[in-house]
Structures are given as C-alpha cells and as structure tokens.
Design a protein around this ligand. Structure first.
Ligand SMILES: [Zn+2]
Length: 118
C-alpha cells in the first residue's frame, strides 16, 4: 500500500502571500488521495489541499491563511467535482477471473462428486 495524491485542480490565487506579501504567487492545489497496491488502484472522493507560494517557496498552512484566502479557498472548493474511482491492476483482474472460474468449476463438479459419494 502506497498512498499518493492525484492532482484534481490547481488555481493561482490573486491574494497576497502571508509570508512574503507577493501577489499572484500562491498556487492552490486540490488533490484526491490515491491508494495503489498490486491488486487495485483506488482514488478517494475525499479531497485535500495545499497552498504553495512560488515566490518564497513556502507552504502556506491553514493557520497562516487570511480571511481572503479562506474565502477564495471555499469558492474554489465548491467548483470541484471529485470522482472516486477503483481500477483493477492486471494482477487484480487475473485474480478475479481465477476466482470466478474456480467458483464456476466447483458449481459444475461439486454435484457430480456428491452423487459419486453415495
Ligand atoms: Zn510567499
């Protein structure tokens, strides 16, 4: 299991950076959490976010947000439509087919065996 982030959308904020006061330098990135293992790749509907200032290269954490940043964040948050997804890997697909065939095989052969035992 290795969680990673799938970029959902990115916006440049016109607000001033609370660290270096640069304008048009902050990039707000929304992402969805992605969990990938050998059987499937799952993208969660839940979103996360981060704000990075390109001028001072600092991550602007919510504690540092001004009311304006919060307002803009809430505005952009409403524009998002995160789509959850679940994708099987080749191994996952192979396992599913294998299990289905195994169950089908059992259903076909089980009644015959039961008859033979009597
Ligand atoms: Zn800055």
């Amino acid at each position: 299991m290795e969680p990673s982030k799938k970029k959902l959308n990115q916006f440049t904020l016109a607000n001033n950076c609370p660290e270096c006061y640069a304008q048009d330098a902050m990039i707000l990135t929304f992402y969805q959490k992605r969990v990938k293992n050998s059987i499937y790749e799952k993208v969660s509907k839940q979103t996360g976010h981060s704000i990075l200032c390109q001028k001072c290269k600092q991550t602007i954490y919510p504690v540092k947000w001004t009311e304006d940043i919060e307002r803009v964040y809430n505005f952009y948050l409403k524009t998002l439509t995160p789509e959850p997804s679940l994708k099987l890997t080749k191994l996952g697909l192979f396992l599913i087919i294998f299990i289905v065939l195994l169950i089908a095989g059992l259903l076909i052969f089980w009644p015959q065996q039961a008859v033979n035992l009597q």
